[in-house]
Design a protein around this ligand. Structure first.
Ligand code: FE2
Length: 338
């Protein structure tokens, strides 16, 4: 098993690379660290590579990089993958910051680039856009969520932070509640990309900046229940949902096994678990706890993703069926759901 330490960068293909460079620098507030004919590398203001744009006919997220411990032998990484039955290859010049990586495909077809050492991009002291601290998490849709979760845990060393019923999984590789999430859907695709900002005031500044740029929020500001991050969502010019968030649950100590206690948690302490299908999507506002169509979260200790969690939330049947109907309607109106 590998032990992933953090997410590196997400590679996105776009038919209009100039438009996307403009969006990621002027709106998101990343720094254009390098530009090639058909490629652009964007880093945070502090010099951490976050997004690679490539010219392509379709809007996709074909690759994602992960860092293992600095100094790790990439040959050893390749042989561990081989033992797990995975074919990989060594690649060079991944980005200006990543010289070498081992590349292989995960079960849903995303190429993962595993690197051990990297160089920061030069710091950018200009003040533009939202200016996130880092690429926080990447959410994908795919048909076999149980299979991909098993792969990320068994092969890459991720831990399950939470499930919503049996269709939405949140996995961590750092103290952050989630770095990847997987939502069940017949089609495999990117669901959203999330950037972490410093605090609530930066979310507020982001709302103002998006409004000034004529970009509408598609959801938020909200505080999620699963992960408890405060978040806003909008769509980028390619139609990919982008989230800015802060205040995500933190698992400071894996042996303690609970998230750092916060006043807005539903449990004391808050541990990884399976949340019922009817868990409100967020802590404030529509679809939140206390709203006319909310109900308490049905919780199961983490382990096997269960159908029982959903069925536990199904009584009394008629009342809950009505709630489900209302929530489905709201979810359709306010994607991405959670
Ligand atoms: Fe998210």
């Amino acid at each position: 098993m590998l032990q992933i330490k953090r997410a590196g960068h997400s590679t996105l293909t776009t038919p209009d690379i100039e438009r996307m460079i403009d969006y990621f620098t002027r709106i998101v507030g990343l720094n254009l660290a390098a530009r090639e004919k058909n490629r652009a590398i964007l880093a945070t203001k502090s010099g951490v590579e976050a997004i690679v744009l490539e010219r392509g006919s379709a809007v996709e997220a074909p690759r994602l990089s992960f860092q293992v411990a600095p100094g790790s032998d990439l040959g050893e990484v390749a042989s561990r993958l081989k033992k797990a039955g995975l074919k990989s290859e060594r690649r060079s010049d991944i980005t200006p910051g990543i010289g070498e990586a081992i590349a292989f495909k995960d079960p849903k077809g995303t190429t993962l680039e595993i690197f051990s050492d990297f160089e920061f991009a030069p710091e950018d002291n200009t003040f533009t856009g939202v200016m996130p601290l880092k690429l926080g998490h990447i959410a994908y849709q795919c048909p076999d969520v149980q299979g991909i979760v098993k792969f990320y845990c068994d092969v890459l060393g991720f831990r399950v932070s939470d499930w919503r019923s049996d269709f939405f999984a949140f996995l961590r590789c750092t103290r952050d509640h989630h770095t990847v999430n997987f939502l069940r859907d017949p089609k495999t695709s990117i669901h959203h990309i999330a950037f972490e900002v410093r605090d609530w005031s930066e979310i507020k500044r982001g709302c103002d900046l998006l409004a000034r740029s004529n970009i509408k929020l598609t959801w938020g500001p909200i505080r999620h229940i699963i992960g408890h991050n405060v978040a806003i969502y909008h769509k980028n010019p390619d139609g990919v949902t982008i989230e800015f968030f802060c205040d995500m649950d933190q698992m400071f100590d894996e042996e303690l096994g609970f998230f750092e206690p916060r006043p807005w948690h539903q449990d004391r302490p808050q541990r990884p678990k399976v949340w019922g299908d009817e868990t409100p999507s967020n802590w404030w506002g529509p679809m939140s706890r206390g709203s006319s169509h909310s109900e308490p979260a049905a919780a199961k200790t983490i382990g096997k993703p269960s159908r029982e969690a959903a069925s536990a939330a199904r009584t009394p049947a008629l009342a809950h069926a009505r709630i489900r109907q209302a929530q489905k309607k709201s979810r359709r109106a306010a994607k991405p759901r959670r």
